[in-house]
Design a binder for this molecule. Structure first.
Ligand SMILES: Cc1cc2nc3c(=O)[nH]c(=O)nc-3n(C[C@H](O)[C@H](O)[C@H](O)COP(=O)(O)O)c2cc1C
Length: 204
C-alpha cells in the first residue's frame, strides 16, 4: 500500500465552522477514494484562524513565526492540498489570500489541489471559478475539475446525502486519482547545495 500526505486548509472564522466542516468532508472523501487506489492518506487539517496574527506579522516583517514556518513547510511537503474558504464579498476571504501570499511561490508547483468554499448564497458559487481557480493556476498548481461550494441551505438534515455529498465524493475521487498518477512530493532545500562563496564574490 502506498502512503501519501494530504493537507486540508480551512480559512473558516467561526467555531464551529461550516468551512472546517466542508474541509473535513472533502478530506474524508479523498481518503476513501485513495483507498481504492491502494493508497493510505495521512490527513492534516490546518485552521488558518490559528495563524491569523502570525500571517499579518509575516506580511509586515517578511518573517514567519516558528509555528507558521512549520505550517508553510507542511503545505510545501504535502502530496495534495484541499483549500476551503468562506466567501466574503464574492471572493476568497482576506485570511485565505494572506496565507497563499506568504507561501513560497513554488510550493504548489504541480501539486494537486481541490478547492472548496462556503457561503450564504449559492448565487456566489462561481467565486470558486473566477477567484480561487485562477489564483491556484497562477501558482502552477493542478486544480481538479470539480470544485465544491456549500451554501447555508446545503447543511440541512440531508447534508450527508444528495447534491452536496455527490459533489464532495466526485471531487475527492478526482483528487485521489491525481495523487495516484504522481510520485511522492519532494522538497528541495536551498541550503543543501549552497553557491560557494568564491562564486558569489565573482558575481556568478
Ligand atoms: C464580511 C462577510 C462577507 C460575506 N460575503 C458573502 C458573499 O459575498 N457571498 C456569500 O455567499 N456569503 C457571504 N458571507 C457569508 C459567509 O460566506 C458565511 O458566513 C461563511 O460561509 C461562514 O463560514 P464559517 O461557518 O466557516 O465561518 C459573508 C460573510 C461575511 C462575514
Amino acid at each position: 500500500m502506498k502512503q501519501r500526505n494530504l493537507v486540508a486548509i480551512s480559512a473558516g472564522l467561526s467555531q464551529p465552522s461550516s468551512t472546517r466542516l466542508l474541509a473535513d468532508r472533502l478530506a474524508a472523501a479523498t481518503h476513501r477514494a485513495a483507498e481504492q487506489h491502494d493508497t493510505r492518506l495521512d490527513v492534516a487539517v490546518i485552521e488558518l484562524r490559528d495563524h491569523a496574527h502570525d500571517l499579518m506579522n509575516h506580511l509586515l516583517t517578511g518573517f514567519p513565526s516558528a509555528g507558521l514556518r512549520q505550517t508553510l513547510d507542511r503545505v510545501a511537503a504535502a502530496d495534495a492540498l484541499i483549500a476551503v474558504t468562506p466567501i466574503f464579498n464574492a471572493s476568497y476571504s482576506g485570511l485565505f489570500k494572506s496565507f497563499f501570499d506568504v507561501l513560497d511561490d513554488t510550493a504548489l508547483t504541480d501539486k494537486p489541489v481541490l478547492v472548496g468554499a462556503t457561503g450564504g448564497t449559492a448565487r456566489h458559487s462561481l467565486a470558486l471559478e473566477h477567484a480561487l481557480r485562477p489564483m491556484f493556476v497562477y501558482l502552477h498548481a493542478v486544480v481538479v475539475p470539480t470544485s465544491v461550494f456549500a451554501a447555508s441551505e446545503d447543511w440541512g438534515t440531508d447534508s450527508v446525502q444528495g447534491g452536496l455529498a455527490n459533489r464532495i465524493n466526485r471531487a475527492g475521487a478526482e483528487l485521489a486519482r491525481q495523487l495516484d498518477l504522481r510520485e511522492p512530493a519532494t522538497v528541495t532545500d536551498p541550503y543543501d547545495s549552497p553557491t560557494p562563496f568564491e562564486r558569489l564574490l565573482a558575481g556568478d
